[in-house]
Design a protein around this ligand. Structure first.
Ligand SMILES: Cc1ncc(COP(=O)(O)O)c(C=O)c1O
Length: 396
């Protein structure tokens, strides 16, 4: 049977990772892979995670199953982290299921939407994170696109985006990035979010919000602004959250899906469906990362340590954004890269052509995806100038 399967080439980013590993040049720079890196180029285990993990190992008395909805304490802490002191939480309108990472949450959310509305269409931004496509369309939902990024300004084409959303039929699903848009780094302003809320409400659209970088943009509360704003006035909302980046728990596959429903009874029905769907996909999510997060968030001192480490990551990225712009201004004075400093999160579109991306890799050993997405955290103080000089050379 399997002889009939076609060999498919590795996902772009996986191919890039392999090419980077094989490159022996000491000057090589990896701006491709989407993980946080410190100034030594490492993705360390956070100290607060190490401490919580040590306590967990010392104290855990059983490895028995946790159940399809996952770690109840984690779910509760995540609701507070994401929604804050939100009226929707108090009104019992939020239901949460722990998932294997943000990817699991995206897929589970898509499966729930498909169970409720098999013909629903999900509208994603142009561009969006490449993995949104298989995660959402894999559930059987149809995917369409709305305009988002403006390569001229490095910001959002807000007018075109709103005009496209205005034309959607009621009950259309709109996938939105809460903050730190991947791959562009271009986010909506608070006023723009308010306008989106009005439109979504008036047109009866369903927002599906993906938050994979809470705390890496402006801070945990500021980055959750859109979710809190929209769930205050809209009857329903779907929200996929990842702990991979902000807790550095990538391989522990830790995330959550939150569903906001109009009534508490609707929430119970949605939760029962989520449990059934999760049972059919992964049965139960892995507990280790979730228990680490629960321990950190439920202990004031550990939570403060986490907030400090998160702030360190955030400041490093913001600092790199400004320093890269400064170096580019010095070495490529004819090209305006200032948009990099006003974007947020780990990513920016560098705005160079696929051919220039290829030359960055082959001539200068600087790796980025073909669309010229760069992970700012892949830069180090010692190679910023090298990257700026290389950019000047490929721009010619
Ligand atoms: C936009 C976006 N959503 C979701 C995720 C899912 O992350 P994970 O499944 O690793 O938690 C990522 C990870 O890179 C992402 O960039």
């Amino acid at each position: 049977m399997f002889e009939k399967l076609e060999l498919i080439s590795a996902d772009g980013i996986l191919g890039l990772m392999a090419a980077f590993r094989a490159d022996q040049d000491p000057r090589k720079v990896d701006l491709g892979v989407g993980v946080f890196r410190d100034d030594r180029g490492e993705t360390p285990v956070l100290a607060c995670v190490r401490a919580a993990e040590a306590a967990l190992i010392a104290e855990q008395t059983t490895k028995t199953y946790v159940g399809p909805a996952g770690n109840a304490g984690f779910n509760q802490q995540m609701e507070q982290l994401v929604f804050g002191a939100h009226p929707a939480l108090k009104a019992g309108r939020v239901r949460t299921v722990q998932t294997p990472g943000g990817c699991g949450a995206l897929r589970l959310g898509a499966e729930l939407i498909r169970a409720a509305a098999p013909d629903a269409v999900v509208h994603v931004s142009t561009p969006t994170w490449a993995n949104h496509v298989p995660l959402l369309a894999g559930s059987g939902l149809k995917l369409e696109r709305y305009p988002y990024f403006d390569p001229e300004t490095g910001g959002v084409q807000f007018g075109a985006m709103m005009a496209a959303l205005e034309r959607l039929p009621p009950r259309a699903i709109v996938l939105l990035h809460a903050s730190c848009h991947n791959p562009t780094g271009a986010d909506l302003s608070q006023d723009e979010w308010r306008a989106v809320r009005e439109l979504v409400k008036r047109r009866s659209l369903l927002p599906f919000i993906d938050m994979a970088y809470q705390g890496l943009g402006e801070g945990p509360d500021a980055d959750a602004f859109a979710i809190r704003l929209l769930s205050a006035e809209l009857p329903e909302l779907v929200c996929a959250v990842s702990c991979s980046k902000n807790f550095g728990l990538y391989r522990e596959r830790t995330g959550a899906l939150h569903i906001v429903t109009e009534s508490s009874a609707g929430g119970d029905a949605a939760l029962s469906q989520l449990v059934r769907l999760a049972r059919g996909m992964w049965s139960m999510p892995p507990d280790h990362g979730a228990e680490i997060v629960r321990r950190i968030l439920s202990n004031a001192a550990a939570r403060e340590d986490w907030a400090g480490e998160l702030e360190g990551m955030r400041k490093r990225i913001t600092g790199l954004r400004h320093e890269l712009v400064r170096q580019l201004r010095a070495h490529c004075p004819r090209r305006d890269f200032s948009f990099i400093a006003s974007q947020r999160g780990m990513f920016s579109f560098f705005g160079i052509t696929p051919e220039q991306v290829r030359r960055m890799r082959t001539q200068h050993h600087i790796y980025m995806t073909e669309d010229s997405r760069i992970n700012l955290a892949g830069l180090r103080a010692e190679n910023l100038e090298y990257v700026a000089r290389a950019t000047a050379q490929v721009l010619g």
